[in-house]
Design a protein around this ligand. Structure first.
Ligand SMILES: [Zn+2]
Ligand SMILES: [Zn+2]
Length: 364
């Protein structure tokens, strides 16, 4: 039996125990710590079951690690955090229905569910099919997680800003003038249509973020990552997130796609965005000329001058092929990050950086 295995068990157990503790807090204060739109989608009883199983699992991992692991402190922390989650009510916390939703709230439930499902998918994938061996607690992880936490916790407010321009244009310009042919299409075709239209819009916004100096101050934060993996996708300035998604949403709402299609599209694009950043060695051969695969987006993050301002599409790389911005040789890039530019490694400084730069620089 190898010790490192038990150390990993302690890390995974602690991660799970923290998610459990956060879940219990969200159950206690749903009016402050959960997203009302998301609550309509999930089944609370299923979440209670997942929470209960996760608590057992975290306890079990903590206890095994306590006996066999050398990281006794980490193992003890796992057991204590899981115990705290249980003492605070565990999966049995009563929720007062109806929930008196507060106008200002944090989408903690989104973070917990997203982290749980995405780590279940990507951690094993990157362990088995890794492109480069890198520690999970890698350089820059804290910054990525900070951007991730902020962008997800404020999703309630961010969501309002994302859908507002699209809904306004639809209501004041397009409504009743656009025949809702899209809703009569089969669901799979609508999802495919949204994937293409949103990516087409995203392509031009992304290209603008690279070409316009003022916009670049926001987007260069995404390009400051030196290590690629699924969490590197989270390093996005909140302004970048709002602008990109708002513009991508405009054609979706104006063309009248059904809500069912939009709800199917969202998890697909979320997984795809993480997948193209992930530390996996999938090449996909000639398919990379049609679909954006990890090698295509890894080149987008490369600091190699040949790859600068290339590969803007996130889903369909043929959009890049069409507009002459495709660059993805069969080999993987060797260096990542900004080209001849620097940015602070502090999350707070990155957050204010674009605004400070706007004041400092003359108009472009
Ligand atoms: Zn970019
Ligand atoms: Zn990226």
């Amino acid at each position: 039996m190898k010790t490192p295995f038990y150390n990993k068990l302690a890390y995974i157990g602690l991660y799970l125990a923290i998610l459990c503790l956060l879940s219990v807090l969200a159950f206690h204060f749903p009016e402050y710590l959960s997203n009302p739109q998301l609550r309509d989608v999930y089944d609370v009883n299923q979440l209670r079951l997942i929470l209960l199983s996760s608590l057992y699992l975290a306890f079990g991992m903590g206890l095994i690690a306590l006996i066999f692991s050398r990281k006794k402190g980490l193992a003890l922390a796992t057991v204590l955090v899981a115990a705290a989650a249980t003492v605070l009510g565990g999966s049995a916390v009563e929720v007062q229905i109806p929930i008196q939703q507060k106008p200002i709230y944090l989408s903690l439930d989104l973070i917990i569910l997203d982290l749980l499902f995405m780590s279940l998918l990507f951690v094993p994938l990157e362990r088995i099919f890794y492109l480069r061996r890198q520690r999970f607690l890698r350089e820059g992880l804290a910054i990525d997680l900070s951007h991730y936490a902020l962008n997800h916790l404020l999703m309630g407010g961010v969501f309002v800003l994302i859908v507002w321009p699209g809904n306004w244009i639809h209501q004041h310009i397009f409504q009743d003038r656009v025949p809702h042919l899209t809703q009569q299409m089969p669901l799979w075709l609508q999802v495919l249509g949204i994937l293409f239209i949103a990516d087409f819009a995203q392509y031009w916004i992304h290209r603008s973020f690279h070409k316009r100096p003022r916009w670049w101050q926001f987007h260069k934060i995404h390009h400051s990552t030196m290590k690629m993996d699924w969490l590197a996708s989270s390093r996005l300035h909140i302004g970048d997130v709002i602008i990109t998604r708002a513009f991508s949403y405009i054609p979706i709402v104006c063309l009248g796609f059904s809500q069912a299609a939009v709800q199917l599209y969202l998890p697909i694009v979320a997984v795809q965005a993480l997948f193209v950043h992930s530390n996996v060695r999938f090449h996909f051969g000639l398919l990379r000329y049609i679909l954006t695969t990890p090698v295509v987006h890894h080149w987008h993050h490369s600091s190699d001058p040949k790859a600068l301002d290339k590969n803007f599409a996130v889903t369909f790389s043929f959009i890049d092929v069409m507009f002459g911005t495709f660059y993805a040789p069969r080999v993987w890039p060797e260096t990542y990050g900004l080209y001849r530019e620097k940015i602070s490694n502090s999350f707070m400084k990155q957050l204010v950086y674009p605004f400070v730069e706007q004041l400092r620089k003359p108009k472009a």
